[in-house]
Design a protein. Structure first.
Length: 381
């Protein structure tokens, strides 16, 4: 019997493998990954400094240990070149691999900005453990980091760097941090709190040029300003990895298109995690991934199970200013109602008939997460 093959050993791939083993201890299981296959918590990449964790300390298990624990074969440092759906076969740099069912858990790539200047290709990004090692090496001497992007990852890294004794400056063309998730007062409160902690913001301006200045860098901004830094980190977002699926002829839109059982347009091929577009939703967060992995494990084990997403608020890891947000659906009709309270902001998104469709809680208001979550409709019922 050919194995279930999972391409990717990130949080999605390993979570699915664990869930499969809970249901079926004997089904042949094979994982393929381009990296070393270490098991680690990806969310820790943006708060490892504050917790005084080295890259090695983030590793929870080696690929060898994971293979033993999962009773699986794991091919590390192996690129998958081609998926052949009709033959149920992969072509890899290590050889051919036949599968019974295939799961693409290949994640997403950091979006790269186009900059001018002689150091434009030296912008760092952190999307996996190897990236994190390079980033930590770059800031080993301390100093200041310029962060491109004031979204969730940018704010988390800035706060973490500050707590680790590294200066941080955030650059973003939008007026405020977390602009896609937070309404104005909530965003302003987050910015003010992070500024009080020592983080500097350059909002309303984009980086246009990056040049080397000795052992450091100078960024030129669209408003005429400049930012000097010892390292530059890009945190402008992620784009689902779809190339492998496209070359295999699978349906692709923003992500790899899957149905409610996470099956792609090809029989026997599934997609999970940051690369997948489920019922039109691309959700690069931990809780949707975990929920989807449990459902897919059930499906692969013989119990077809559609994915159901309850309301799953996102906790932003900025200890200097706690933030919890459950954004309203993209097509929701309604408006934000923001209330400044002692030590924070409570923002509720309500429909015209006064139904709660989303919330953003900043500072002391974050403690209301559980009570408000119970009032929300599911993301995908």
């Amino acid at each position: 019997m050919n194995p279930i093959v999972i391409v990717g050993t990130g949080l999605a791939g390993y979570t699915l493998a664990r869930e499969l083993r809970k249901r079926d201890p004997d089904v042949p299981l094979h994982l393929v990954t381009t990296d070393g296959g270490e098991s680690y918590s990806k969310p820790m990449l943006s708060n490892g400094m504050g917790k005084e964790k080295t890259p090695d300390q983030l590793v929870m298990a080696t690929a060898e240990k994971m293979a033993a624990d999962l009773k699986a074969e794991i091919w590390t440092h192996t690129q998958v070149d081609t998926v052949l759906p009709e033959q149920r076969r992969l072509e890899t740099r290590r050889g051919e691999l036949a599968y019974d069912r295939l799961v693409l858990a290949v994640g997403a790539d950091p979006i790269r900005l186009t900059l001018e200047g002689d150091a434009a290709d030296e912008v760092l990004s952190v999307n996996d453990l190897d990236d994190y090692r390079r980033f930590r090496e770059a800031i080993a001497g301390g100093g200041r980091v310029a962060i491109l992007g004031a979204g969730l990852i940018g704010c988390e890294f800035a706060d973490d760097l500050h707590r680790g004794g590294i200066g941080a400056e955030i650059i973003d063309p939008t007026p405020w941090p977390l602009g896609r998730l937070l309404p104005p007062r909530a965003a302003a409160t987050l910015r003010r709190s992070l500024e009080q902690a020592g983080i500097r913001f350059h909002c309303g301006a984009a980086a246009t040029r990056m040049e080397r200045q000795g052992n450091a860098y100078r960024l030129s901004l669209s408003d005429g300003g400049v930012v000097d830094a010892d390292a530059v980190l890009s945190a402008v977002g992620l784009r689902p990895r779809t190339q492998l699926a496209q070359t295999a002829g699978l349906d692709v839109e923003r992500g790899i298109v899957v149905d409610r059982q996470l099956q792609t347009s090809a029989d026997g091929i599934y997609a999970l995690g940051d690369c997948a577009e489920v019922a039109g939703l691309v959700l690069p967060f931990v809780m949707p991934l975990m929920t989807a992995a449990r459902a897919l494990a059930a499906t692969l084990s013989g119990t077809p199970t559609p994915v159901v997403y309850p309301a799953m608020p996102v906790v932003v890891k900025t200890p200097d200013c706690p933030v919890v947000v459950s954004p309203p659906p993209a097509d929701a009709s309604g408006e934000w109602h923001e209330e400044v309270i002692d030590g924070g902001v409570r923002a509720l998104f309500r429909s015209a008939d006064d139904r709660l469709l989303g919330f953003a809680l900043v500072g002391s208001a974050a403690s209301e997460k559980q009570a408000l979550t119970k009032q929300l409709p599911p993301w995908l019922g």
